[in-house]
Design a protein around this ligand. Structure first.
Ligand code: UD1
Length: 418
């Protein structure tokens, strides 16, 4: 196990390049199961979750050739349509192989992911939609087992906005017979990225990025070469780190159109924010002002940026309210921030944060992916030394974060935990 040792107090200054988006890469990799032809992805981030998805595809019999931020996958001779508990338990997004397998091969058995640290996170909507498309589904020994001849298009209304649910059903619909309409669809940019890739494979999809996606099923999809979109959460995290540390950072190779709500909030902190076509620069103007946020599905403020803004608010001037509406247990970073001296009280789904003058370094424990980023940001601000343990959470979704931070002047090293 590894941890990060961080000595805080240095403003981050310089340029950083955004990696490909984890949350786009995972469904895109699963989409390779929809064709027997090779699919090449560029701008693939080098992350633990991506490795897990590639391992899963290899277990199913896909040929995987890895290059530098590039991967070629061919699902022409599958040996299995079963995703076992071993892999699914380490990454919930493994459920994304369910619909492509059923749509192309007529059967799949995928372990139910179960809960995770940030909440229950059921997959009932994925199952409900697949059933509506005509699959016969049984839940047995912790597995979803789905069978069908050919899926038939239909109208699906999800009970809530679900990102991977929309993506899974989209991948089922592209090979279904007839028309599928997904209502209450997630509008996240990663859904649009998946739809664009599927279209480049020959799918017929209209409305991705809106709440209603219409798919005209086709018999077969073909191979493609596709560039994964940039990671809006990584870009946002570096901008927050810049403002929190009193720095000046230019985040390059990002798409500002995909994180408008985050940019708005950064502007509210009083920092000087400049936005270009594929870059954003954040220059702190003294102490940031506290900003209240409320998470909600895209285009509202993303839950994946909530923890990082909490870290920023911890040292901002004023009081802020941070309300989490997507996941019921996503305040686990609060006790850790309190260890650094943050003043935060939780009232139901809202955390009330009173900005303090300074945080002081302490040993910390990462609890989930985005919480780890928040702890790193807080430790970069805090006086003295902090350590962040269990950084395997961070490695799931941030590519070489400590190297990128070091290049910006952050005093941060990876060390072996005892
Ligand atoms: C995705 C993202 C994750 C982000 C989240 C919300 C990926 C790989 N992960 O997760 O980073 O935090 O969107 O933006 O893209 N729900 C159900 N039943 C379902 C599906 C979801 O009750 O069948 C609930 C969840 O418990 C949660 C809410 O709906 O409360 C939204 O979850 P969802 O959008 O599905 O999150 P993920 O796709 O798992």
């Amino acid at each position: 196990m590894q941890k990060l040792k961080i000595r805080g107090g240095k403003p981050l200054v310089g340029e950083v390049i955004t990696s490909g988006a984890k949350n786009a890469a995972l469904p895109l990799l699963a989409a390779t199961l929809l064709t027997d032809e090779p699919v090449v992805f560029q701008n693939i981030p080098d992350l633990a979750d991506v490795k897990t998805m590639l391992k899963l595809l290899e277990q199913l019999g896909c040929q995987v050739e890895r290059g530098d931020h590039e991967v070629r996958i061919q699902a022409s001779h599958l040996t299995s349509t079963q995703a076992t508990y071993d892999l699914v338990k380490t990454m919930r997004a493994s459920i994304l192989v369910l619909c492509p397998l059923v749509a192309r091969f007529g059967h799949a058995m995928v372990s139910l992911p179960g809960g995770c640290s940030i909440g229950a996170r059921p997959v009932d909507q994925h199952i409900k939609g697949l059933k509506a498309l005509g699959a016969n589904i049984e839940l047995d020994h912790g597995y979803v087992s789905a069978k069908c001849d050919r899926l038939r298009g239909c109208r699906i209304v999800t009970d809530m906005v679900t990102v991977t649910g929309t993506e899974n059903l989209l991948m089922a619909a592209v090979l279904s017979e007839g028309t599928t309409i997904i209502e209450n669809a997630a509008r996240e940019p990663e859904v649009v990225d998946l739809a664009n890739c599927l279209i480049s494979m020959g799918a017929n999809i209209v409305g991705a990025g809106t709440t209603q996606i219409t798919v005209q099923g086709v018999e077969k999809l073909h191979g493609t070469t596709y560039r994964v979109m940039s990671d809006r959460i990584e870009a946002g995290s570096f901008l927050v780190a810049a403002v929190a540390t009193g720095g000046d950072v230019l985040v390059k190779d990002c798409d500002p159109n995909t994180f408008g709500a985050v940019i708005e909030k950064l502007i509210e902190t009083g920092a000087h924010i400049e936005v270009g076509e594929d870059w954003v620069r954040a220059k702190a103007q003294g102490k940031p002002k506290a900003v209240s946020i409320r998470t909600a599905p895209y285009p509202a403020f993303p839950t994946d940026m909530q923890a990082q803004f909490m870290a920023l608010n911890a040292i901002a001037s004023g009081v802020s309210h941070v309300t989490e509406t997507i996941f019921e247990n996503r305040f686990m970073h609060v006790p850790e921030l309190q260890r650094l001296g943050a003043s935060i009280t939780i009232d139901g789904h809202t955390a009330v944060v009173c900005g303090v003058d300074q945080l002081s370094g302490a040993p910390l424990m990462a609890t989930d992916l985005r919480a780890s980023a928040a702890l790193v940001i807080a430790a970069l601000v805090a006086d003295g030394e902090s350590t962040v343990d269990r950084i395997y959470h961070l490695d799931r979704g941030y590519e070489k974060m400590e190297e990128k931070l070091r290049a910006l002047g952050g005093d941060i090293v990876r060390i072996k935990a005892e």
